[in-house]
Ligand binder design. Structure first.
Ligand code: MN
Length: 240
């Protein structure tokens, strides 16, 4: 079995979602052969050198699951795109590119966070292009940690106040068809929009499924399960 999750947006302000994820990692996830985390595992990531104890506890939990035999792949999202090699080594996970084509258990998928296809939000796309450049990342990571913490808090407040940086309602249709064509019409799995759904696309006469992962809330998470024959959604609920 392969599990797919996204948009947990974990932070010290989401103790419920954090508890759900820790329980999931220690129990349900270990029934899978691989876990794909498709972006925004963390609400914010200011650099692998951050010594924040909350993040350290999550890295330890990922490492324990990886050491138990679970293969964990982490794709950076629009919130945690500064995740780097030191994080991956400490957590025992593999960082994967956005997008990534996955061939496994008799099927092919293309995996993405989803924000790269939110082309109608021009302000966000401009920010995305700037912030993904190696120069932007290097300049950010060169700042002292307290300054990066202040910047992250300010960016969060700005996104709450203006809605700028919030996920778009859905991917741009024409760009999505081009994306599906470019990746050989394989099943597309992504997150980011927080609008869980299964969309049916007809591209060049070919039926292509697009599955949108749910975001995690304080009382409920969700995992998409590939059992070798079909995809199905599974709720992650507080342990009773
Ligand atoms: Mn996102």
């Amino acid at each position: 079995m392969i599990f797919f999750i996204a948009d947990l947006h974990l932070s010290p302000r989401s103790p419920g979602a954090t508890a759900l994820f820790l329980h999931f990692l220690a129990h349900r996830a270990r029934k899978a052969s691989a876990l794909y985390i498709l972006g925004d595992l963390f609400e914010a990531w200011i650099g692998d050198d951050d010594d924040d104890p909350y993040h350290a506890s999550l890295i330890a939990a990922l490492r324990a699951a990886a050491d138990s035999g679970l293969a964990i792949a982490v794709m950076p999202g629009n919130r945690d795109f500064l995740l780097g090699a030191a994080f991956a080594a400490a957590a025992g996970v593999q960082l994967i590119a956005d997008p990534t084509v996955l061939t496994a258990d008799g099927w092919q998928f293309v995996l993405a966070h989803g924000d790269a296809l939110c082309l109608d939000d021009q302000a966000y796309m401009t920010f995305r292009a700037q912030s993904r450049s190696p120069a932007w990342a290097a300049a950010m990571l060169a700042k002292p940690l307290p300054e990066r913490r202040r910047l992250a808090a300010r960016m969060r407040m700005e996104s709450i106040a203006s809605q700028h940086g919030q996920p778009c309602a859905d991917l741009q249709a024409a760009a999505t068809d081009d994306f599906l064509r470019a990746h050989g019409y394989v099943t597309f799995i992504h997150g980011h929009t927080h609008q869980p759904a299964r969309h049916d696309h007809i591209v060049d006469g070919i039926h292509v499924e697009r599955w949108v992962l749910a975001d995690w809330r304080e009382e409920r998470g969700e995992c998409l399960v590939w059992d070798g024959a079909a995809l199905k959604r599974e709720a992650i609920l507080p342990a009773s």
